[in-house]
Design a protein around this ligand. Structure first.
Ligand code: G3P
Length: 217
């Protein structure tokens, strides 16, 4: 499973990327809007720091304009993936762009039929937003399972990128289903490796070792 960070914050990205475990980045207009400075420079810095796919989203709503914006975003770096919302115009733009070898992440997916259409439009990634479905009383994780089944039924190659992740429990469920990619907010990255019993266990191992006076040398 690939792990992407859902962030536009360069210092946060650099810090976590030191682990060598980050396979890509997803940004969106809300995340980029929070950052000071030129958004192209921010995306360029992110795309240089992390070698994998970096999703950058169009903000136009008409397909022709989305395609124009995609061309501008693609010039920022080779590893930019164009993020396009799941509207009819978005699907039209996706179909065109993927026919021209652009990589496209179709975002704001909330239903199995939307995911099917995105795959038919050649999407490289589909981004179902599971936390936002939970917010409205639906089962976000179930959507990942539904899409997994549908893509398997029809041998569709679009990668399932689980987004809008809010908890470690989301991560566990999405891993069990077998999503291809998960994009996590930086604050959840720490939860992936921290465990109280790991800390306690380490503390007692080290204290016993120190008391023994032995050394690895
Ligand atoms: O990747 C999508 C993500 O940025 C949305 O997350 O928590 O705002 O629903 P959230």
């Amino acid at each position: 499973m690939k792990i992407f960070l859902d962030s536009s914050d360069i210092s946060e990205i650099k810090l976590i990327n030191k682990s060598g475990l980050i396979d890509g980045i997803t940004t969106n207009p809300s995340l980029l809007a929070k950052q000071e400075g030129n958004f192209k420079k921010i995306l360029k810095t992110i795309a240089t720091e992390v070698k994998g796919p970096i999703s950058a989203e169009v903000t136009a709503t008409h397909s022709n304009k989305m395609i124009e914006e995609a061309k501008i975003l693609q010039k920022i770096a080779k590893n930019i993936v164009i993020k396009i919302p799941l509207t009819l115009d978005g699907l039209i733009a996706c179909k065109y762009l993927t026919s021209k070898k652009f990589k496209v992440n179709v975002t704001l997916c909330f239903s199995p039929s939307q995911a099917l259409l995105a795959a038919k439009a050649g999407a490289t990634f589909i981004s179902p937003f599971i936390g936002r479905l939970d917010d409205v009383g639906e089962n976000g994780v179930q959507l990942i399972q539904d899409i997994k089944t549908i893509y398997k039924n029809y041998n569709l190659k679009t990668e399932i990128l689980a987004a809008s992740i809010r908890s470690l429990d989301h991560v566990r469920q999405v891993m069990q289903i077998g999503a291809d990619v998960i994009t996590i907010p930086p604050k959840i990255f720490g939860d992936l490796y921290r465990h109280e019993l790991t800390d306690k266990g380490l503390e007692s191992f080290l204290s016993d070792w120190k008391k023994s006076g032995k050394q690895i040398s």
